[in-house]
Ligand binder design. Sequence first.
Ligand SMILES: [Zn+2]
Ligand SMILES: [Zn+2]
Length: 276
Amino acid sequence: MTPSADKIRICSIASGSNGNAYYVEYADEAVLVDAGISFRQLNIRAKIKKIDLRKIKAVFVSHEHSDHVRGLRSLCEKTGAVAYLTPLTARCCRAFYLPSSYSTFAAGEVVGVGGLTVHSFAKQHDASDPCSFRIEAGGISIGVMTDIGAPNLEMEAHLAQCNAVFLESNYDEQMLWDGKYPAYLKQRVASDVGHLSNAQSAQLVAEVAPPHLHTIILSHISADNNRPGIALKAFAGLRDRYNIITASRYEAGDIIDITADSWSVAQVHVPMPRLW
Ligand SMILES: [Zn+2]
Ligand SMILES: [Zn+2]
């Protein structure tokens, strides 16, 4: 069966140092990049947005840091989704986050999940074998690119194929250096194996983004060294060309329908939360 209209539906369910989960759905199937919040929290956030977690057929793990794997085991065991990790990431992942069975891939490999094609590529970050992903279906491409110290050529090549991207915009340089982190941690964040600053991220888009990129979701925004408004300000010169929004660490963002040349916020009925 071919879907009625080719679109990919995306949602940042969680983003930041307290947990990451990026949802990419095509027709009746979906993949999740990272499962860094508890299953309970993932379930609550998905329900509010009317996301059916049973659609998730696979969870691709970018690296073993706990903000990317905390809910991996319970999600896979409860929904039957298959976890995909590189062998080294699996070896370095805390045992209690790892499902009893999982699949492996190597950076650079392409994995098919139903109608979705997941491209992986190596990235620079202080983990054992960190990867980022570009997910393709129906001629539409979505990048999920966070936890990156410095862009590499592969990242640039994949970004150049995206229609929408979850792109790290972790810290404001001034806030980081003036902030309360100890010196070693400031160095680590700003290093080539740390995180992308607002300025690095904006520069990357200005230099590499293709004409068919239209939506940028600024992701993994630091609570200590950044603010959504400050990240957006760094992209001020690009906001007339792109739909630029910020991903929250506290709640799931809008579900966005992405086509090859447009985006729209999906209308989902949001029920009143139960307060008792
Ligand atoms: Zn992270
Ligand atoms: Zn990390």
